[in-house]
Design a protein around this ligand. Structure first.
Ligand SMILES: O=C(O)c1cc(=O)[nH]c(=O)n1[C@@H]1O[C@H](COP(=O)(O)O)[C@@H](O)[C@H]1O
Length: 276
């Protein structure tokens, strides 16, 4: 999906909602446990209930890898089931020396090499340029680089002063030399909304993946006020608050209610934006 296709999708669907598929087998509604693939049955129901409200889906790979080969199969089926008009994010937070990153990139981008076919993958910047470049070699694919994460530990390194910048600002500035906004997004936690205006000064055109509304308590209103751009420019993720709104037979209906509340608020914020 290209930059303008993603932007158009946001304005067409009046949404910048990313539904996080952090599907924990221990939290599945009991009635699904007799299904041949309970994780996929759950994801399928969540996707059916939210596909018109969401512009993106983000399976967190840890939840699938922790299930062994079965989890990988559930992930593949889930990815195949996500409609074509939704952006897909492999939330894997990868990055290693070049030849290893090359294999990580194949894992998420190259179905001809037995990998998956995600639109994007989350990447950790810690190992630097040569750890990131292999992901950028894929035409039409995106990387989403961790910049200022939502957790309290983000203060340990990302907020440290390096010269006249904080480390996360240096990550953003340096990453601009690796790729343009047509291939590069940044992760900024919703719990860091205070920093979004500053981040928009150094990353005015990049899409930002913003997790942390819902269960982590970030404010959609503040994120939208500081982060929205004329291209939309945001993908705001919620996982647990949507997936586990109910653990009963009504789980998909309740997930839809949660997703709809976020989408309706997003529609209001988008109405104030003049599209590029
Ligand atoms: O890269 C991410 O998606 C991510 C970055 C970050 O800073 N904080 C963060 O919570 N995430 C992910 O976003 C999701 C948040 O889930 P909920 O807190 O349940 O909405 C999880 O999959 C996290 O791994």
């Amino acid at each position: 999906m290209t930059y303008s296709e993603l932007s158009n999708l946001i304005f067409e669907k009046k949404s910048y909602l990313c539904v996080g598929l952090d599907t924990d087998p221990r939290k599945l509604p009991r009635h699904l446990l007799t299904e041949p693939d309970p994780v996929f049955a759950f994801n399928k129901a969540i996707i059916d209930a939210t596909a018109d409200l969401a512009v993106a889906y983000k399976p967190n790979i840890a939840f699938y890898e922790a299930q062994g080969p079965r989890g990988w199969e559930s992930l593949q089926k889930t990815l195949d089931y996500i409609p074509a008009n939704c952006f897909t994010i492999a939330d894997a937070k990868r990055g290693d020396i070049g030849n290893t990153s090359d294999l990580y990139a194949r894992t998420f981008f190259d179905p001809t090499a037995a990998g998956l076919s995600f639109d994007s993958v989350t990447v950790a910047p810690y190992m630097g340029r040569d750890s990131v470049l292999p992901f950028l070699a894929y035409e039409g694919k995106w990387i989403i680089l961790l910049a200022l994460t939502s957790n309290s530990g983000s203060a340990d390194f990302q907020r440290q002063q390096v010269g006249d910048q904080e480390l996360f600002e240096m990550v953003i500035d340096t990453a601009h030399t690796w790729a343009g906004p047509d291939k590069l997004m940044f992760v900024v936690g919703a719990t860091q909304a205070d920093e979004l205006s500053r981040i928009r000064e150094i990353a005015p055109d990049n899409f930002l993946l913003v997790p942390g509304v819902g269960a982590q308590g970030g404010s959609l209103e503040e994120v939208s006020r500081r982060g929205l751009t004329a291209s939309g420019g945001l993908l705001v993720n919620a996982s647990r608050s949507i997936l586990y709104a109910s653990d009963g037979i009504d789980f998909a209906d309740r997930a839809r209610i949660e997703a709809k509340a976020l989408q309706e608020e997003m529609a209001k914020h988008l109405a104030n934006i003049t599209k590029f």
